[in-house]
Design a protein around this ligand. Sequence first.
Ligand SMILES: [Mn+2]
Length: 205
Amino acid sequence: MEGLRENVLDCGVAARPLRGQRTSGDKHLIQPFREGILIAVVDGLGHGLEAAEAAKTVVTTLKHHAGESVLSLVNRCQSTLAGTRGVAASIASFNFTDSTMTWLGIGNVEGVLVRSHNETAPGKEFLLLARGFIGGQVPDLRAFAVPVEAGDTLTFATDGVASDFHEEVNVVQSPQKIADRVLSVHGKDSDDALVLVARFLGSSK
Ligand SMILES: [Mn+2]
């Protein structure tokens, strides 16, 4: 059973630190829970160790509470991050019992959902990002729930990746191939960079 659930999402990740740095402040999480999988990409403000620590703290918190609502997860991270550097983060919770994805972003980790069936939905949906950062001032947060179908492909990319990265995202190539290509074509030299691609394969009933 557990194995089946993990197979309903096919993921690929590509990342590299800023040139000259050994640690990246960009981290990701792919964490299965009972009814689904939580996906997150976190960018610690600044670079190097301190940024990496803040991002790691958030990833650990998300991992331990993966089954909670994304709004409650952000609130948890908000209190855990007190006194550290803040982070930008985008989070998506896939629920396999009702084939939905709920996503939320604070800061500048961009998200795009590419639809496998263009007739029934707009081809691309972009994550609406809240201003601010976790650990600092956060405005009234809103999470958006959308139905997902087999083949729908979500991509999160940190600001070390140019915004036009979404042009590379499709529902045909493997998520790992897409992630690698996004990083090599759109990665900037000026920042850490991380790309996560997750394709929903349909719920196993
Ligand atoms: Mn960055």
